[in-house]
Design a protein around this ligand. Structure first.
Ligand code: FE2
Length: 293
Protein backbone atom coordinates (compact mmCIF):
# COMPACT_ATOMS: atom_id res chain seq x y z
CA UNK A 1 0.00 0.00 0.00
CA UNK A 2 1.45 3.38 -1.00
CA UNK A 3 2.35 5.59 1.92
CA UNK A 4 1.89 8.87 0.13
CA UNK A 5 -1.06 10.27 -1.75
CA UNK A 6 -1.39 12.75 -4.59
CA UNK A 7 -1.75 15.68 -2.19
CA UNK A 8 0.85 18.49 -2.05
CA UNK A 9 4.21 16.70 -2.37
CA UNK A 10 5.93 15.93 0.90
CA UNK A 11 9.36 17.45 1.30
CA UNK A 12 12.34 16.11 3.18
CA UNK A 13 14.26 19.31 2.40
CA UNK A 14 12.36 21.59 4.72
CA UNK A 15 11.20 20.68 8.22
CA UNK A 16 7.55 20.97 9.18
CA UNK A 17 5.77 21.79 12.42
CA UNK A 18 3.03 20.22 14.46
CA UNK A 19 0.10 22.59 13.90
CA UNK A 20 -1.84 23.24 17.11
CA UNK A 21 -5.13 25.11 17.35
CA UNK A 22 -3.78 28.33 18.98
CA UNK A 23 -1.51 28.87 15.94
CA UNK A 24 -3.92 28.04 13.15
CA UNK A 25 -5.28 31.54 12.47
CA UNK A 26 -1.73 32.96 12.32
CA UNK A 27 -0.60 30.18 9.97
CA UNK A 28 -3.59 30.87 7.71
CA UNK A 29 -2.83 34.61 7.72
CA UNK A 30 0.96 34.50 7.33
CA UNK A 31 1.69 31.20 5.47
CA UNK A 32 5.05 30.71 7.24
CA UNK A 33 7.95 29.10 5.39
CA UNK A 34 7.71 25.61 6.86
CA UNK A 35 7.80 22.47 4.75
CA UNK A 36 4.63 20.81 5.93
CA UNK A 37 2.11 20.59 8.76
CA UNK A 38 1.25 17.69 11.03
CA UNK A 39 -2.05 17.69 12.91
CA UNK A 40 -3.74 15.61 15.58
CA UNK A 41 -7.12 14.72 14.01
CA UNK A 42 -8.72 14.56 17.45
CA UNK A 43 -8.34 18.39 17.64
CA UNK A 44 -10.40 18.88 14.50
CA UNK A 45 -13.13 16.23 14.67
CA UNK A 46 -15.40 18.38 16.86
CA UNK A 47 -14.24 21.77 15.59
CA UNK A 48 -15.74 22.51 12.15
CA UNK A 49 -14.29 26.04 11.99
CA UNK A 50 -10.75 24.80 12.61
CA UNK A 51 -11.30 22.03 10.06
CA UNK A 52 -12.40 24.64 7.53
CA UNK A 53 -9.14 26.58 8.10
CA UNK A 54 -7.10 23.40 7.92
CA UNK A 55 -8.75 22.38 4.65
CA UNK A 56 -7.71 25.74 3.25
CA UNK A 57 -4.12 25.24 4.45
CA UNK A 58 -4.04 21.75 2.91
CA UNK A 59 -4.20 23.39 -0.52
CA UNK A 60 -0.80 25.07 0.13
CA UNK A 61 1.00 22.71 2.49
CA UNK A 62 1.45 18.95 2.61
CA UNK A 63 -0.50 17.84 5.70
CA UNK A 64 0.08 14.69 7.70
CA UNK A 65 -2.39 13.22 10.16
CA UNK A 66 -0.86 11.93 13.38
CA UNK A 67 -3.47 10.17 15.50
CA UNK A 68 -3.41 9.95 19.27
CA UNK A 69 -6.79 8.23 19.64
CA UNK A 70 -6.26 5.05 17.64
CA UNK A 71 -5.30 2.57 20.29
CA UNK A 72 -3.54 0.11 17.99
CA UNK A 73 -2.34 -2.09 20.82
CA UNK A 74 -5.66 -2.44 22.69
CA UNK A 75 -6.48 -6.07 23.30
CA UNK A 76 -10.21 -5.39 22.98
CA UNK A 77 -10.14 -3.93 19.50
CA UNK A 78 -10.12 -0.67 17.59
CA UNK A 79 -12.94 1.82 18.24
CA UNK A 80 -14.73 1.58 14.87
CA UNK A 81 -16.74 4.79 15.41
CA UNK A 82 -13.55 6.76 15.98
CA UNK A 83 -11.90 5.06 13.02
CA UNK A 84 -14.83 5.97 10.75
CA UNK A 85 -14.67 9.61 11.90
CA UNK A 86 -10.97 9.56 11.14
CA UNK A 87 -11.69 8.19 7.69
CA UNK A 88 -14.01 11.11 6.90
CA UNK A 89 -11.32 13.57 7.96
CA UNK A 90 -8.61 11.76 6.02
CA UNK A 91 -10.78 11.66 2.89
CA UNK A 92 -11.32 15.38 3.18
CA UNK A 93 -7.68 16.35 3.80
CA UNK A 94 -5.98 13.76 1.58
CA UNK A 95 -2.88 13.78 3.81
CA UNK A 96 0.59 12.79 2.69
CA UNK A 97 1.04 10.53 5.70
CA UNK A 98 -1.11 9.01 8.42
CA UNK A 99 0.54 7.69 11.56
CA UNK A 100 0.07 6.75 15.19
CA UNK A 101 1.88 5.35 18.19
CA UNK A 102 2.89 1.84 19.10
CA UNK A 103 0.90 1.97 22.35
CA UNK A 104 -2.56 1.50 23.78
CA UNK A 105 -4.86 4.09 25.31
CA UNK A 106 -8.36 2.63 25.53
CA UNK A 107 -9.99 -0.33 27.20
CA UNK A 108 -13.64 -1.29 27.37
CA UNK A 109 -14.63 1.87 25.46
CA UNK A 110 -12.94 4.15 28.03
CA UNK A 111 -10.14 6.44 26.81
CA UNK A 112 -7.17 7.00 29.07
CA UNK A 113 -5.30 10.23 28.64
CA UNK A 114 -2.01 8.48 28.06
CA UNK A 115 -0.12 6.39 25.56
CA UNK A 116 0.51 3.26 27.57
CA UNK A 117 3.30 0.73 27.00
CA UNK A 118 2.78 -2.67 25.42
CA UNK A 119 4.52 -5.87 26.42
CA UNK A 120 6.64 -6.94 23.45
CA UNK A 121 5.41 -10.49 22.91
CA UNK A 122 4.20 -12.69 20.03
CA UNK A 123 0.64 -12.13 21.28
CA UNK A 124 1.01 -8.33 21.16
CA UNK A 125 2.54 -8.62 17.69
CA UNK A 126 -0.50 -10.61 16.53
CA UNK A 127 -2.86 -7.94 17.95
CA UNK A 128 -0.95 -5.01 16.43
CA UNK A 129 -0.62 -6.74 13.03
CA UNK A 130 -4.38 -7.39 12.93
CA UNK A 131 -5.28 -3.86 14.05
CA UNK A 132 -2.86 -2.27 11.60
CA UNK A 133 -4.51 -4.20 8.76
CA UNK A 134 -7.95 -3.08 9.98
CA UNK A 135 -6.92 0.60 10.26
CA UNK A 136 -5.28 0.60 6.81
CA UNK A 137 -8.28 -1.17 5.33
CA UNK A 138 -10.81 1.33 6.68
CA UNK A 139 -8.66 4.38 5.88
CA UNK A 140 -7.71 3.02 2.47
CA UNK A 141 -4.11 4.10 2.94
CA UNK A 142 -0.91 3.22 4.77
CA UNK A 143 -0.54 3.94 8.49
CA UNK A 144 2.97 4.46 9.85
CA UNK A 145 3.86 3.35 13.39
CA UNK A 146 5.84 5.53 15.83
CA UNK A 147 8.27 4.20 18.43
CA UNK A 148 7.07 5.12 21.94
CA UNK A 149 8.75 7.01 24.75
CA UNK A 150 9.45 4.44 27.47
CA UNK A 151 9.49 4.77 31.24
CA UNK A 152 9.09 1.17 32.41
CA UNK A 153 9.93 -2.21 30.96
CA UNK A 154 7.24 -4.83 31.30
CA UNK A 155 8.36 -8.11 32.83
CA UNK A 156 6.16 -10.04 30.40
CA UNK A 157 8.08 -8.78 27.33
CA UNK A 158 9.91 -11.52 25.46
CA UNK A 159 11.37 -9.20 22.80
CA UNK A 160 13.16 -5.88 22.87
CA UNK A 161 11.45 -2.87 21.30
CA UNK A 162 13.80 -3.15 18.32
CA UNK A 163 13.06 -6.84 17.85
CA UNK A 164 9.35 -6.04 17.98
CA UNK A 165 9.67 -3.23 15.40
CA UNK A 166 11.67 -5.47 13.06
CA UNK A 167 9.08 -8.25 13.41
CA UNK A 168 6.24 -5.78 12.76
CA UNK A 169 7.92 -4.45 9.60
CA UNK A 170 8.74 -8.00 8.47
CA UNK A 171 5.14 -9.19 8.93
CA UNK A 172 3.28 -6.16 7.58
CA UNK A 173 5.68 -4.16 5.41
CA UNK A 174 4.55 -1.09 7.38
CA UNK A 175 6.56 2.11 7.51
CA UNK A 176 7.87 3.60 10.75
CA UNK A 177 7.90 7.08 12.18
CA UNK A 178 11.14 7.34 14.15
CA UNK A 179 10.75 9.81 16.99
CA UNK A 180 14.40 10.66 17.65
CA UNK A 181 13.63 12.38 20.94
CA UNK A 182 11.75 9.28 22.10
CA UNK A 183 14.85 7.20 21.32
CA UNK A 184 17.01 9.60 23.35
CA UNK A 185 14.76 9.67 26.39
CA UNK A 186 13.89 5.96 26.27
CA UNK A 187 17.60 5.16 26.03
CA UNK A 188 18.22 7.31 29.11
CA UNK A 189 15.23 5.97 31.08
CA UNK A 190 15.69 2.31 30.15
CA UNK A 191 19.48 2.29 30.21
CA UNK A 192 20.23 1.46 26.58
CA UNK A 193 22.50 3.12 24.02
CA UNK A 194 20.35 5.44 21.89
CA UNK A 195 22.99 5.59 19.13
CA UNK A 196 23.07 1.84 18.85
CA UNK A 197 19.25 1.81 18.79
CA UNK A 198 19.36 4.14 15.75
CA UNK A 199 22.06 1.96 14.15
CA UNK A 200 19.87 -1.11 14.52
CA UNK A 201 16.54 0.56 13.63
CA UNK A 202 14.84 -0.85 10.47
CA UNK A 203 16.34 1.82 8.20
CA UNK A 204 14.44 0.79 5.08
CA UNK A 205 11.10 1.36 6.86
CA UNK A 206 11.71 4.98 7.97
CA UNK A 207 9.00 7.31 6.61
CA UNK A 208 9.32 10.30 8.92
CA UNK A 209 11.28 11.68 11.87
CA UNK A 210 9.97 13.49 14.95
CA UNK A 211 11.78 15.92 17.24
CA UNK A 212 10.30 17.39 20.41
CA UNK A 213 11.19 18.75 23.82
CA UNK A 214 11.28 16.74 27.02
CA UNK A 215 11.34 17.51 30.74
CA UNK A 216 13.80 15.99 33.24
CA UNK A 217 12.10 14.94 36.48
CA UNK A 218 13.65 13.68 39.71
CA UNK A 219 13.06 9.95 40.01
CA UNK A 220 14.84 7.75 42.49
CA UNK A 221 14.02 4.57 40.57
CA UNK A 222 15.92 5.71 37.43
CA UNK A 223 19.72 5.28 37.36
CA UNK A 224 21.21 8.74 37.82
CA UNK A 225 18.06 9.91 39.60
CA UNK A 226 16.47 11.66 36.59
CA UNK A 227 13.62 10.47 34.40
CA UNK A 228 13.20 12.18 31.01
CA UNK A 229 9.51 12.78 30.27
CA UNK A 230 8.19 13.33 26.73
CA UNK A 231 6.25 16.51 27.51
CA UNK A 232 6.61 18.33 24.15
CA UNK A 233 6.87 21.45 26.31
CA UNK A 234 10.34 22.77 25.41
CA UNK A 235 12.80 23.40 22.63
CA UNK A 236 14.64 20.36 21.36
CA UNK A 237 17.57 19.68 23.71
CA UNK A 238 21.16 19.40 22.54
CA UNK A 239 21.49 15.61 22.99
CA UNK A 240 18.39 15.12 20.81
CA UNK A 241 19.89 17.37 18.09
CA UNK A 242 23.07 15.29 18.17
CA UNK A 243 21.08 12.06 17.94
CA UNK A 244 19.06 13.57 15.06
CA UNK A 245 22.30 14.26 13.18
CA UNK A 246 23.31 10.65 13.79
CA UNK A 247 19.90 9.42 12.56
CA UNK A 248 20.24 11.50 9.37
CA UNK A 249 23.74 10.10 8.75
CA UNK A 250 22.29 6.63 9.20
CA UNK A 251 18.87 6.93 7.47
CA UNK A 252 19.49 9.75 5.00
CA UNK A 253 17.19 12.73 4.54
CA UNK A 254 13.60 12.15 5.69
CA UNK A 255 10.63 14.44 6.30
CA UNK A 256 10.94 15.85 9.83
CA UNK A 257 8.45 17.52 12.18
CA UNK A 258 8.97 19.65 15.29
CA UNK A 259 6.38 18.63 17.92
CA UNK A 260 5.36 21.09 20.64
CA UNK A 261 2.09 20.55 22.53
CA UNK A 262 2.32 21.98 26.05
CA UNK A 263 3.32 25.50 27.11
CA UNK A 264 2.99 26.35 23.44
CA UNK A 265 5.34 29.22 22.47
CA UNK A 266 4.90 31.84 19.76
CA UNK A 267 4.69 30.40 16.26
CA UNK A 268 8.03 32.09 15.48
CA UNK A 269 9.76 29.80 18.01
CA UNK A 270 8.50 26.70 16.20
CA UNK A 271 9.63 28.14 12.88
CA UNK A 272 13.09 28.77 14.39
CA UNK A 273 13.24 25.18 15.62
CA UNK A 274 12.27 23.92 12.16
CA UNK A 275 15.04 26.08 10.67
CA UNK A 276 17.54 24.62 13.13
CA UNK A 277 16.47 21.10 12.12
CA UNK A 278 17.13 22.04 8.48
CA UNK A 279 20.64 23.19 9.34
CA UNK A 280 21.45 20.16 11.50
CA UNK A 281 20.10 17.80 8.82
CA UNK A 282 21.95 19.38 5.91
CA UNK A 283 25.24 19.39 7.87
CA UNK A 284 24.69 15.70 8.66
CA UNK A 285 23.98 14.95 4.99
CA UNK A 286 27.27 16.64 4.03
CA UNK A 287 29.03 14.51 6.66
CA UNK A 288 27.40 11.41 5.26
CA UNK A 289 28.60 12.24 1.76
CA UNK A 290 32.10 13.03 3.02
CA UNK A 291 32.29 9.61 4.66
CA UNK A 292 30.81 7.64 1.77
CA UNK A 293 32.80 9.55 -0.83
FE1 FE2 B 1 6.49 11.88 18.27
Amino acid sequence: MAITSDAQPLTAERTGIGLRLPHIAEVVATRPPVGWLEIHPENFLANPHALELLTDLARDYPVSVHTVGISIGSADGIDRDHLMRLRVLVDRLNPVLVSGHLAWSSVGGAYLNDLLPLPYTAETLRVVVAHLAEVQDVLGRAYAIENPSSYVSLATSTMTELEFLHALVHETGCRLLCDVTNVHLSGHNMGYDAYRFIDEFPTEAVAELHLGGFTPEDDEATPGGTLLVDTHAHEVAEPAWQLYAHAVRRFGRHPTIIEWDNDLPALATLIDEAGKADRVREAAIEDRHAHTG
